[in-house]
Design a protein. Structure first.
Length: 140
């Protein structure tokens, strides 16, 4: 019959193995997530114009024009309310919140928002949450 000390030694060894395995799994998951984020941002940058790519690199946003209205939208690199409709003077008139379903890397979300506004503006805004915002001037 095993003594309590032997039992505790075996238990400690098993816990240590479980923790080590969990740590490896977590590290692997974080590497995979980081890799997915990097791939998503690379894909996004491949679909930005030179001007948009420069805006994104310098300021953390890029601008698109709506396919139906011609409205100017600024898409910021953040979640969740990250799309701002600007008037001709650069004032924010509305904020929009919409994104694809699922836990996607941010680069994929930004690319989906870009494509939606540039090709399916009305459909995208029909499902978006609108936040009326007046009187906020943003830098050009």
């Amino acid at each position: 019959m095993a003594t309590i000390i032997e039992f505790l030694v075996r238990l400690k060894r098993r816990v240590g193995e479980a923790v080590t395995g969990s740590s490896r799994a977590l590290a692997s998951a974080l590497r995979d997530r980081s890799s997915a984020n990097e791939r998503a941002l690379t894909l996004l940058e491949e679909h930005l114009s030179d001007t948009q790519r420069s805006q994104f690199a310098d300021h953390g946003f890029f601008e698109v024009f709506g396919s139906q209205s011609g409205a100017r939208y600024r898409i910021y690199q953040r979640r969740p309310v990250n799309v701002f409709e600007l008037n001709s003077d650069g004032w924010i008139v509305r904020s929009w919140c919409f994104y694809p379903i699922g836990r996607l890397p941010l680069g994929d979300v930004l690319l989906a928002q870009k494509i939606a506004l540039e090709h399916f503006e009305r459909d995208a805004l029909a499902v978006a949450n609108e936040i009326r915002t007046f009187g906020i001037r943003v830098a050009p």
